[in-house]
Design a protein around this ligand. Sequence first.
Ligand code: ZN
Length: 313
Amino acid sequence: MFKKILGQEKVKRIISTQVKSGKIAQAYMFVGIDGVGKRFTAIEFAKVVNCRANDFTRTNLAACEKCISCEKITRDIHPDIHFIDFAKQAELERSDLEKQKVLKIETIRYMQKKVSIRTYEGKLKFFIVEPAEKMNLAASNSLLKTLEEPPEDTVIILITKHKETVPQTIVSRSQVMFFQPLGIVEISNWLMSNYSMSNAEIQKIASLSEGSIGDAKKLADESKKDEPSLWFKLKTQSFYISDILELSKNIARKNAALGCVNAMIYESKKDFRAYPKVIAPAIELLITSKKLLLRNVNAQMVLDNLFFDLLDL
Ligand SMILES: [Zn+2]
């Protein structure tokens, strides 16, 4: 269960035990810095509980990702999973998201109306309230009433950066779960499987992001923003032989060969539908190169051959 969530072993262990034993709390408070998976965990939690393929007794609890419930939660259209946040408030007020600075009592009242209705399709209704520290007094007093007497089919998850900034009356009615900043190794591994970057770049971003995947993603996107991808360059630019040799030497030296090939496989597949005749052999070449790299064949040699063959197509 919760395989997709990075780190946070303690939180995952507690929630898994509760789901298996049917002892799910009615209110939680997820506390932690931005970008450590609080909201994502709340969504996965709702998914596991409401998955049609789960009977709550299996030892290996996991959302199936295939049933109608899982699919609706992934697409954010499940009628029993509610986000009570600035986006929802802007929608209710028909105003701009940027104008939202505090959660208001009208938004909490909207939530209470939904709380009072029985579940439509799911086993439990989930209300994900964020940021829980940004509520005015009227709103937090109103929320407190719901926390005091929540209906049985309701789980409320309050998300906040700092527990101390939420009224104590609210904190004391919820089960507090602390989300830890992620380790450098966890962030590096995540960057490695999601971006094609040199080891040095990965290390730099991993240490700058201070335990937040959200920040790591922002930094990685930022650093890639202006640079055309290798696949794009190979498609559109002309190269001298010396350019190619230099290019593969640099990539190999930065230890980024596998990441580059993975990124090109990803991008080439997007081009496949438009140009199947040219792209099919290109994909074949890329996959062969990937296999060679995984067998530790000399990276520079693999890339030299790959680039020359691709440019020949
Ligand atoms: Zn499912």
